[in-house]
Design a protein. Sequence first.
Length: 367
Amino acid sequence: MLKTTLKQIGYGFLLLLIGLSAACSGGIFPDTLETRINKYMQQSHSSFGGIIFVAQKGKVLISQSYGLADRELDVPNTPQTKYAIGSISKSFTAMAIMILQEHGQLTVQDPICKYIADCPATWKPITLHHLLTHTSGIYNYTDLYSQLKDKLNICREYKPEEVIALFKDIPLDFEPGSRWTYSNSGYFLLGVVIEKVSGESYETFIQKNILQPLGMSESGYDRASTLVKNHAAGYSINRPYYEIINAPCWDVSLKYAAGGLYSTVGDLYKWDQALYTDQLVSQKNLDTIFTSTISIPGSGGLYGYGWIISQQSGHRVLEHSGDVSGFVADLARYPDDQVTIIVLSNTDWEKPDQISKGLADIVLEEK
């Protein structure tokens, strides 16, 4: 009788273990957030190379690296890997302008011809506000690269005035303030304004007034001539053959204040968290950065100062992507939810904004 009872208990315990195992693998108990994110990356972005980072209310939920920082030496990507962040740099450039405004050294309503040497007559109505919001009408100088590929040595350093000379005599695309068109030229010119007003190089001003105060020691101006420890190599696709190749060099002087910085997920998270405070500028100037009526055609979003302001499933999001040779990036902030999502990659065919939106759908659904 006792033997039969023990045997029954044993079978019952075995069935209980089997049931618990089934429940944990997708039955009764739901997947953890990390499990859901890992499934999403495996199923939708299995070839991704870089890092994803998600935080909420000051807590890091996931920081996961994929692929190789250097394919020739088999060096893996890690949370400490540094990546070029492209146009995410625009948010730093915009903040630099607001710091100068905070100190009373300029205002965003100043005409740009106050600061640009040999300013074309057509630029006289253009203000710093127009540059910050992509409403200046100035031709986007990076669209010239394909036309000038035989004349430009993209690996050498250019002075800002040399780059400005490429587009300063091109007629405006539209009357300043009348439309929105993304233009790297505006942010390039803002770099010159920062140098003119501060008396320092763009690189030095960003370091002294933003990166150092925030403890962003793993970020900087992405000079090809400077050895940067843990900097990923960038990769592109050779389109005719669809082979992975080393990304062509582009000297940082051709990106400048429009897209010349590198960073890590850890440092970008420090940047994100600082934007909830008045550490760099007053709340009034922060509100100016993140408030806009400038519509981005076809997107439903608005453009602030270095940030795209939009909605995702009813959640307010402040975002900017970056794209330079060999690298892509996306930084998305959901301030009302205190959620931060960062995607950095050293393979420039990735779609970091799509990955970011997918991650946001998972995280915000948890609320």
